[in-house]
Write a new protein. Sequence first.
Length: 258
Amino acid sequence: MAIKWSEKAVSVEALSFSPPIVILTQDDLKKIAAYKAVEFVESGMVLGLGTGSTAKYALDRIGELLRQGKLTNIVGIPTSKKTQEQALSLGIPLSDLDRHPTIDLAIDGADEVDPHLNLVKGRGGSLLREKMVEGACKKFVCIVDESKLVKHLGGNGLALPVEVVPFCWKFTANKLQNLFQRSGCVAKLRNDCEGNPFVTDNGNYIVDLYLKKELGDSQIASDAILRVAGVVEHGMFLDMATTVIVAGERGITIKNKG
Ligand SMILES: O=C[C@H](O)[C@H](O)[C@H](O)COP(=O)(O)O
């Protein structure tokens, strides 16, 4: 499938692969995007370390380059406990936003990417720490395989995650559902594999919003969600990614914010 980018506000660089000898899996594409992003990493940088199956490959690669001495003096700020564990196992020195309030570069995956580089994140439940870390970055490189590309955020049958406080979560979920009634919104509490409420690294719950129609103006939707008492944060990352690296069957596309 060809990757089509039509927006004028971005510059696009396409890197073609040689004709593939083997069919690339989605995991291969994630790894390709992640490794490409790590080419932006320089010694001495403070790095935001993303969460998820795509970001995991970027961490592996950073760890490898550190071991080989090709990267030195790196400090990582993890966006989840899971990433923190992985980084420690790879020997990546860690810090936090209190000690390093400005981050040179963050690398992280996404669940949806629209043509303006707006994202939906948080289907792994790490959206709050990701938004804090990636909001503090000079450069945020988002890495995805081409299945994550959408025309509009929300309304693709997949969840728009909202982190809420556990206190009276049903009340908050109802408020959120009513907010997007016109889009046929159904709000569901996310459960873990044992059927208990999924608890985030911050001790909160996730309410997933399923929309039958597009969300409409993302900024208006974002403001409306954040006004609901009980909401901590949502998974729309608007105007935050500075670069998106997309790996697809035909090659890598690098899309930069104009
Ligand atoms: O909470 C999870 C994060 O936002 C992930 O970065 C996002 O869900 C993408 O994950 P993956 O790379 O596993 O598709």
